[in-house]
Write a protein that binds this ligand. Structure first.
Ligand SMILES: [Zn+2]
Length: 161
């Protein structure tokens, strides 16, 4: 039997994610659109995000200069899982004549391709994940639209609300 968990009460600011909203956030991220509004553009190119969404104006780093550390984690985990699946399929299909040399050379190349290929998705999925737990308020969105500082280049902390 589970003990009553009183610590849950201290997590103010965290909303219980709703299924429909969650599906919408991640669905938008998977088609490279802004998780917040479904519009865009959000990418400068495949390797760089815009500072803000071109439609709703949300800052895609949410004002935190090391915001995307988590997105790199998403990137590596998804890339790793995909390659494990690919490796398993190759072993099953080619057994017992597994092309070990091809795997040795192709493996690292596939890792790089997967990480680069997943780059924009992982950033938007990370933002969707964040919006799921901390939905953006109208006040925050207003700050996103008016704040002009580039946190990625200036190592200063965002102002307290
Ligand atoms: Zn948007």
């Amino acid at each position: 039997m589970a003990m009553p968990n009183e610590e849950m009460d201290s997590q103010t600011g965290l909303e219980l994610p709703r299924l429909g909203q969650t599906a919408r956030l991640f669905g938008r991220a998977l088609v490279l659109r802004c998780p917040n509004c479904g519009g865009g553009p959000v990418m400068k190119n495949w390797f760089a995000m815009r500072v803000r969404c071109g439609r709703c104006g949300i800052r895609l780093e949410r004002g935190e200069h090391d915001y995307f550390t988590g997105s790199m984690l998403v990137n590596y985990i998804v890339a790793g899982l995909l390659l494990l699946v690919a490796l398993a399929v190759t072993l099953i299909v080619t057994w017992p004549n597994v092309p070990w040399t091809v795997l040795q050379i192709g493996g690292p190349i596939a890792i790089v391709i997967a990480i680069v290929g997943l780059f924009p998705f992982s950033k938007l999925i990370w933002l969707a994940f964040d919006l799921m737990l901390r939905p953006v308020t109208p006040e925050e969105l207003e700050w996103h639209r008016t704040e002009t500082t580039e946190w990625s280049s200036e190592r200063s902390a965002p102002p307290d609300p």
